[in-house]
Design a protein around this ligand. Structure first.
Ligand code: PGA
Ligand code: ZN
Length: 416
């Protein structure tokens, strides 16, 4: 059987916010072998690889992806036809060279990632392996601890809450399905708690409830009520936050809860929260270039809490190396479209792993039915995945894929 890429196809499809995105098909020996759809962020980091948008304001509010699709159909396809589909590294390197920019501005990270993931799926299909096993190889897979974003704020909600994500982290369970069940029950319990207080309204972009709250700390109190309301203890289910603080950082101050705080003052607040709540993980507690505050916080509470760099590292090995050097964090968020290829994603995760950093595989706020990240989390043995609330099919699709995989992979170990 041929293992050679015989062609690519690409088209526009919609993401969970009704924005255009790129779908890519990879053909091997004239047969469709792999398909992927590219996700898209809202609180995007300044250092992320470039997502190519047409900018024609008469169509899709400027968010069209026709140029990215043309790049798949023309230069990328031309360069990749004839390549062995299971040589992921060579495929990605050819695209990186063809693009020729440090941030994928030429071909677009959305075009490149679509191809990279479609080829990954095609390689797995060629070898008749489930995707997680194709990624994991002989090391096999490990189920991740799910982080469910049940209360949405920040750029993902119309509420007054600054913190973007309040997640439950069911770490004290023996299997992935049991952990997921506990997390989902907290979601339902939170709904009940908010209803009791007359705060139940719509949901945010990642499916979590999005109430207006008097303070950000009130969100933590509701998380504890959700955990206990679902009949669990805070010893077995903790809280993770994505503060996404770059969104409210300007002129060297963090504008949160109506105050203008220095990085050190904000770090002190996190220290208090870590003492008073079952808070296990804080993502993007500081701005994407505020390395000083990150390192300060690490020195202060880095031994008590996971400090995750998302906008700080943007899944890029170069920025992660800076963070390792300056001891700015102890974990990295992994988003495939921040860097634009599977090979670079795996390299970054390898670097993290070799320096004792935890990895959290992550969705974007703009998602689709594509479930590649579920297999990626298992195959790389990342240990943690965040993929939204157990609501809306774009989020649930990942949890459902993890449930499918869990019938083959029983290994499950919490990093906490
Ligand atoms: P984004 O949000 O996909 O809108 O960037 C997710 C995150 O910040 O982790
Ligand atoms: Zn984030």
């Amino acid at each position: 059987m041929s293992d050679i890429i015989s062609g690519l196809d690409a088209r526009m499809v919609l993401d969970s916010r009704g924005n255009p995105t790129v779908e890519v098909d990879c053909y091997v020996g004239g047969v469709l072998f792999g398909r992927s759809i590219v996700p898209s962020g809202a609180s995007t980091g300044a250092h992320e690889a470039i997502e190519l948008r047409d900018g024609n304001m008469n169509r899709w509010l400027g968010r069209g992806v026709e140029d990215a699709i043309d790049n798949v159909l023309e230069p990328i396809q031309e360069a990749l036809i004839g390549m062995p589909v299971d040589d992921q590294k060579a495929i990605d390197e050819i695209m990186i060279e063809l693009d020729g920019t440090p941030n994928k501005a030429n071909l677009g990270a959305n075009a490149m990632l679509g191809v990279s993931m479609a080829c990954l799926h095609a390689g797995a299909a060629l070898h008749e392996l489930p995707l997680w096993r194709y990624i994991g190889g002989v090391a096999g897979g490990q189920m991740p601890v799910p982080m469910l974003n049940i209360l949405n704020g920040g750029a993902h909600a119309a509420s007054n809450v600054d913190v973007q994500e309040f997640m439950v982290m069911p770490h004290g369970f023996d299997t992935f399905p049991e952990a997921l069940r506990a997390g989902v029950e907290c979601y339902h319990a939170l709904k009940q708690e908010l209803k009791t207080d007359g705060l139940l309204g719509g949901v945010g972009d990642e499916g979590g409830f999005a109430p207006n709250l008097p303070t950000n700390e009130t969100g933590l109190k509701y998380m504890v009520r959700a955990i206990e309301g679902a009949g669990y203890s805070t010893d077995e289910i903790g809280i993770a936050l994505d503060v996404a603080s770059t969104e409210f950082f300007s002129e060297d101050r963090y504008h949160i809860d109506g105050k203008d705080l220095t990085g050190e003052e904000l770090s002190d607040i996190y220290a208090t929260w870590v003492d008073e709540y079952p808070l296990l993980s804080i993502e993007d507690g500081f701005g994407e270039d505020d390395w000083r505050s990150w390192s300060h916080c690490m020195r202060d509470i880095g031994d008590k809490v996971q400090l995750v760099g998302d906008d700080l590292f943007v899944t890029q090995a170069e920025r992660l190396a800076m963070g390792i050097e300056s001891k700015a964090a102890n974990a990295i968020l992994v988003k495939v479209n921040q860097v634009g290829t599977i090979t670079e994603t795996l390299e970054t995760m390898e670097l993290a792993n070799s320096h004792g950093f935890n990895s959290v595989v992550s969705h974007r706020s703009g998602e689709t039915e594509d479930t590649t990240i579920a297999d990626l989390a298992v195959g790389t043995r990342a240990g943690q995945i965040k993929t939204g609330a157990p609501a809306r099919s774009d989020r649930v699709a990942k949890y459902n894929q993890l449930l499918r995989i869990s019938s083959e992979v029983s290994e499950y170990r919490s990093p906490f």
